[in-house]
Design a protein around this ligand. Structure first.
Ligand SMILES: NC(=O)c1ccc[n+]([C@@H]2O[C@H](COP(=O)([O-])OP(=O)(O)OC[C@H]3O[C@@H](n4cnc5c(N)ncnc54)[C@H](OP(=O)(O)O)[C@@H]3O)[C@@H](O)[C@H]2O)c1
Length: 286
């Protein structure tokens, strides 16, 4: 039987509608709307379009947003100065340095300067540390969206075998930590993993965050598994994921489409994190 499609667009819309009501209530209570500041360095077209769609989503949810678009050759010191300025502004509650950054800018240094309570993508050492210690405050948006999609599939995470392919700081690693917190038995695979299929075939929950089109083939998937596709590749003008969707949907129990799965959920979680950051700053809760 073909897999159930985990429609991230619909799920994200429902979450954004709920969030808009919470944002309106927060704004009434504090007399100020939550505000997200995005830092975009350079002209990467994909990054530009992500930042634009995040700004549109903010506006629809009642969140104020500002975009700081810097030239590709901006020195690292100028980016760090902007981070310090935004750290100090009481009307800015979330700061999002859009990745990737040009080579002269080390993203670890940028995130190292960010105030943890404004770190809406959960990538500062402090927020990563809280997550690793099992007490997440602001956690990375894409992994939060992945967990929400798995929950939408209605599977029991506790006790399940979860296999994640990709170990980046922004997706694979934090997804592993979130699944571990929910008591999954977690395997984290990467480019040096010997016999990837031997691991993926054991997975009740399989997350592919590789960035290589259609790497996960039908024979690599356990029948009935929940398959979450994070990868984005552009082939001949079309966007495809890390999963061979048409073949894998024949064996999986539930599967996300690409596009229309993890992408919209990432944006929904960014909005939720912006409200959480504003609450942390104004109400002292995280
Ligand atoms: N849908 C969304 O909202 C969303 C959000 C963020 C990112 N993405 C997309 O997700 C993908 C991954 O992003 P990322 O930032 O995590 O990428 P990344 O930093 O490039 O990490 C890719 C990971 O995949 C592993 N890998 C590469 N080739 C492999 C192979 N053949 N077998 C097994 N593992 C392999 C790498 O292993 P090593 O560590 O050994 O190099 C690395 O850990 C990209 O396509 C990105 O555009 C989507």
């Amino acid at each position: 039987m073909a897999a159930r499609i985990l429609d991230g667009t619909t799920l994200a819309r429902a979450r954004r509608e709920r969030l808009a009501a919470e944002v309106a209530e927060f704004t009434r209570r504090h007399g100020v709307a939550p505000c997200l500041a995005a830092i975009l360095v350079g002209d990467n077209p994909a990054s530009r379009s992500y930042v634009e769609s995040k700004a549109r989503a903010c506006a629809r949810a009642g969140i104020r947003s500002e975009t700081f678009h810097l030239a590709a050759d901006t020195p690292a010191t100028d980016v760090l100065a902007l981070v310090e300025e935004l750290n100090a502004r009481s009307d800015v509650h979330g700061i999002l340095p859009q990745l990737p950054m040009p080579p002269q800018i080390d993203p670890d240094v940028v995130f190292g300067r960010l105030r943890p309570d404004k770190d809406v993508d959960g990538l500062t050492p402090a927020n990563m540390g809280h997550l690793a210690l099992g007490h997440p405050r602001l956690a990375p948006c894409t992994p939060l969206g992945i967990l929400a999609l798995i929950d939408a599939a209605g599977v029991e995470i506790s006790g399940s075998e979860a296999v994640i392919v990709g170990r980046s700081n922004i997706v694979g690693k934090p997804t592993a930590l979130l699944l571990l917190l929910r008591h999954a038995t977690v395997t984290l695979c990467h480019s040096r993993t010997a016999d990837l299929a031997a691991h993926t075939r054991r997975a009740d929950i399989l997350v592919a965050a590789i960035g290589r089109a259609r790497t996960i083939r039908r024979e690599m998937v356990k029948p009935g598994a929940v398959v979450i596709d994070v990868g984005i590749s552009r082939i001949g003008g079309a966007i495809v994921g890390d999963v061979d969707f048409e073949a894998v949907r024949e064996v999986a129990g539930a599967i996300t489409p690409m596009p229309g799965g993890t992408g919209p959920m990432t944006i929904a979680m960014l909005l939720e994190n912006t409200l959480a950051a504003a609450r942390w700053q104004l109400e002292g809760a995280a």
